[in-house]
Design a protein around this ligand. Structure first.
Ligand code: SAH
Length: 273
């Protein structure tokens, strides 16, 4: 979750301008949700069952306008745009904030954490998709998310992946996400883990896609070791006085890293609370 500066205005963000640079699971509470029907269908069903919720009579229309703005801003990854159109962001934030849910802004989710602005989420997912497409995949494969937060990004990831492990270190947010994702869970292979995401989640490694919503001083070694061959990791990392989004590809010759634009995410912290 980013809580700040405007993301890059151009999409898809290629790697052309980037500069190359060169465990055991934490005990915790796992919530394993097995697939019973296609992921996309689950979202459609959820959307159909949705009752108006103080946002206006047709949140789908508001959401489509948000998606159109993202498209106009240059986001061209259709699966990601479809996921952004399908997932009801207003259901993941406090009802008082629901009217702002489809603005391109980060929003507080409690415990000093924030939900990322849609353009930042879309940008990061599109970066993962670029790699998946290059591998001949039309989905993100097996995904590891660090920083479940309120579960919004997890809901998007569920739309475009085969399986998702999402880790949160703050128990109240882990529980909030489980509640927020309850309607979607039956259609997904989702494991919500309460634990320290800096350790990754070895039991389900390796992962085709790894995404972090919190930034540390460096990329934890566990994430790199749990990245599958051909996989891509996208995460904020501390650089000087700020953070930069970093992309790491597990290429045939080894791990290849690129740094992208400045970003501002909440800190990656060790341990649980
Ligand atoms: N993707 C989330 C954004 C959450 S904000 C959403 O859509 O809502 C980032 C989250 O990362 C916070 O909830 C924070 O508690 C969590 N976090 C920070 N360090 C972590 C760690 N080591 N392991 C797991 N989660 C962590």
């Amino acid at each position: 979750m980013s809580r700040s500066p405007a993301p890059p205005a151009r999409f898809p963000l290629g790697l052309d301008r980037m500069q190359p640079r060169g465990a055991a699971p934490k005990p915790g509470t796992d919530t394993l949700l097995r697939p019973q029907r296609p992921l996309q269908q689950a979202a459609v069903d959820q959307s159909r069952q949705s009752a108006p919720s103080g946002l206006g009579l047709d949140s789908a229309a508001v959401r489509h306008r948000m998606v159109q703005r993202l498209r106009d801003g240059g986001l061209r990854c259709e699966p990601v745009l479809q996921a952004l159109a399908a997932v009801e962001r207003h259901r993941f934030v406090d009802s008082a904030l629901a009217p702002q849910a489809y603005e391109d802004t980060s929003l507080p989710i409690g415990l000093s954490q924030t939900i990322s602005k849609p353009s930042v989420v879309g940008w990061m997912l599109a970066l993962l998709f670029d790699s998946a497409s290059a591998q001949g995949r039309g989905h993100l494969g097996r995904v590891l998310e660090i920083g479940t937060g309120c579960g919004y990004q997890a809901a998007l990831l569920m739309q475009v992946s085969r399986s998702l492990v999402s880790i949160e270190r703050l128990q109240p947010l882990h529980e909030k996400a489980a509640a927020n994702l309850a309607d979607l869970r039956r259609g997904s292979d989702l494991r919500l883990v309460f634990g320290d995401g800096m350790l990754g989640h070895a039991p389900r490694a390796p992962y085709d896609s790894i995404i972090a919503a919190a930034g540390g001083e460096q990329l934890p070694a566990a994430w790199l070791s749990q990245l599958a061959p051909g996989g891509r990791l996208v995460a904020p990392v501390q650089r000087g006085g700020g953070q930069r989004l970093v992309v790491v590809d597990h290429a045939p010759q080894g791990l290849v890293s690129h740094e992208l634009e400045a970003v501002q995410f909440v800190p990656l912290k060790s341990g649980v609370a």
